[in-house]
Design a protein around this ligand. Structure first.
Ligand SMILES: Cc1cc2nc3c(=O)[nH]c(=O)nc-3n(C[C@H](O)[C@H](O)[C@H](O)COP(=O)(O)O)c2cc1C
Length: 198
């Protein structure tokens, strides 16, 4: 075990106010030898902050920014403004929008017919570790399926509770068709209380 590995930082409550610290802890872990970061960023806020911090540190890593899929908030609605996406790409990010791995067509079925399916049960189960940790799993699979990270090496994944970031993990990716081979290797940080502080 190298210094700094396997140390988990805990936030008292979930939510956006943990964003800066989450990114700080993720970057500290990356410095110990991880070269890929996958970050959930719907509108671009978390990704922008991540690049501000990486640029200050002069740290060169592969950054994959995963956004909401087009249509998440209504037909054809795009969450991340085009200029924000372009700016992130200029700074070296790959910005990816695709089908959410932990809802997919199953969401369309449960919305139309009611009930639930196994994928949504997996998502709900992962949410017992917090929304952010569930998102870490999801964006990792999405990035792997898009060919933006390899399943052969550990990456850092970052997620949050609706906005910003509050969870970061070291994870060995897997594709959706081998989902249960995914391995959470280290919890870098997470909120103890899964609800946001009122
Ligand atoms: C593919 C995807 C799935 C997400 N699923 C959830 C979720 O199930 N629950 C949740 O609270 N936030 C979810 N989020 C929000 C993220 O965890 C994160 O807080 C957000 O993308 C940050 O966006 P911002 O940088 O614009 O603030 C999801 C985001 C993405 C991109």
């Amino acid at each position: 075990m190298k210094m700094g590995e396997n140390v988990t930082e805990y936030f008292e409550f979930a939510g956006v106010k943990n964003t800066e610290n989450t990114l700080k802890y993720a970057i500290e872990r990356a410095k110990l030898g991880i070269s890929d970061i996958v970050v959930a960023s719907s509108y671009g806020e978390t990704a922008k902050m991540l690049f501000d911090m990486l640029e200050k540190e002069n740290l060169n890593v592969n950054v994959v920014v995963v956004t909401y899929h087009q249509g998440f908030s209504g037909p054809d609605v795009v969450a991340m403004p085009e200029n924000v996406k372009k700016d992130l790409e200029k700074r070296g990010a790959t910005v990816f929008s695709g089908t959410h791995a932990l809802s997919g067509v199953e969401r369309g079925i449960s919305k139309r017919f009611g009930g639930y399916g196994p994928v949504e049960v997996i998502a709900q189960t992962l949410k017992t570790l917090g929304q952010g940790v569930k998102v870490c799993y999801e964006v990792t699979v999405m990035a792997a399926d898009a060919g933006l990270v390899s399943t052969k090496k550990e990456i850092i994944a970052i997620g949050g509770s609706s906005r910003g970031a509050d969870s970061a993990v070291v994870i060995r990716p897997s594709n959706m068709n081998t989902f249960f081979d995914i391995e959470l290797r280290e919890l870098i940080c997470m909120p103890k209380n899964k609800k946001k502080h009122e």
